[in-house]
Design a protein. Structure first.
Length: 293
């Protein structure tokens, strides 16, 4: 019996041992994932090239949401063709979102003018210009990480020294926040609109109180009622315009550079979808809508 057990043990297959350093298997998995992602991305780009923009959108979104790509270059290509597909299907809001995310990965990325129509390139450059404050922060953090002192100085010099209306000044009426942000046209608009509404409110009140008084003839009842409506309506519109002006002033603030130990730059494609530029550009609060002037 003992001899039989010994023979079985000697003839049993040896268990496969893991690689000595433990790195071979993950490396193979990474290569397999990259190859699979490259193939799926190539198929999606082919759909775009054949004019099947709806199919391209579906395949590209499947790669990006949730993230299945494994490199920055793959994510950039996916977001570029997804944005182009949205543009060609007249979905400008979705296009803008994808091209903004592309720029958060590579703020200096350039579209190929030989393969991309000029209107799309013009729109891409407008998006880059409007997102410049956020992109400058990303450029600055990356230059700091790379130790490129000259690039850090150049980027810091391009950032405006003033950061716009913040704190108490952004809550003042008559376009004060807009003027502080350097937006004179909108400041003038809010100043004149609020001045007219407030003046109308005061004039209606004074005329009703001192011009007509309490002992007015019954024939003036309609006039008095109209003055009261004018008074309350102008005051309500003044308050509404004031609130919109405050929100607009804070929305247009150029973001100040945060302390260098508190901002984590976007360093990989896998981090890009979790990066929210609105933290840098928009005031905190519960407002979820955006006004465009």
């Amino acid at each position: 019996m003992l001899a039989l057990v010994a023979a079985l043990l000697l003839t049993a297959p040896t268990a496969q041992q893991p690689p000595g350093n433990g790195m071979t298997v993950p490396a193979k998995m990474d290569n397999a994932e990259r190859s699979s992602a490259d193939e799926l991305l190539r198929r999606a780009i082919n759909e775009y090239a054949y004019g099947n923009y709806g199919a391209a959108i579906d395949q590209l979104r499947a790669l990006l949401y949730p993230m299945r790509l494994v490199s920055d270059s793959q994510v950039i290509e996916a977001r570029k063709y997804l944005g182009l597909s949205y543009y060609l299907l007249s979905r400008p809001v979705d296009m803008r979102e994808e091209l903004e995310k592309l720029l958060y990965i590579d703020p200096d990325y350039q579209l190929d003018p030989f393969s991309i129509p000029p209107p799309i390139i013009d729109e891409f450059e407008r998006i880059r210009e409007q997102a410049k404050p956020q992109l400058d922060v990303i450029r600055l953090r990356r230059a700091e990480q790379s130790g490129n002192a000259s690039a850090v100085r150049r980027i810091e010099a391009s950032i405006p020294p003033t950061t716009g209306a913040r704190g108490v000044t952004s809550f003042l009426p008559f376009g004060v926040g807009q003027f502080e942000n350097g937006d004179a046209s909108m400041g003038l608009f809010f100043a004149l609109t609020e001045a007219v509404l407030l003046g109308l409110n005061i004039a209606a009140y004074l005329y009703a109180t001192y011009g007509i008084g309490d002992d007015y003839p019954s024939g003036d009842h309609g006039l008095v009622r109209g003055l009261q409506i004018t008074q309350y309506a102008s005051l309500s519109l003044f308050a509404l315009t004031w609130g919109i002006g405050v929100y607009h002033a804070r929305l247009q603030v150029t973001p100040a550079i945060a302390p260098r130990t508190q901002v984590s730059p976007v360093s990989s494609a896998l981090e890009a979808p979790r990066y929210d530029p609105s933290v840098l550009a928009r005031p905190s609060g519960g407002l979820l809508f955006q006004l465009t002037f």
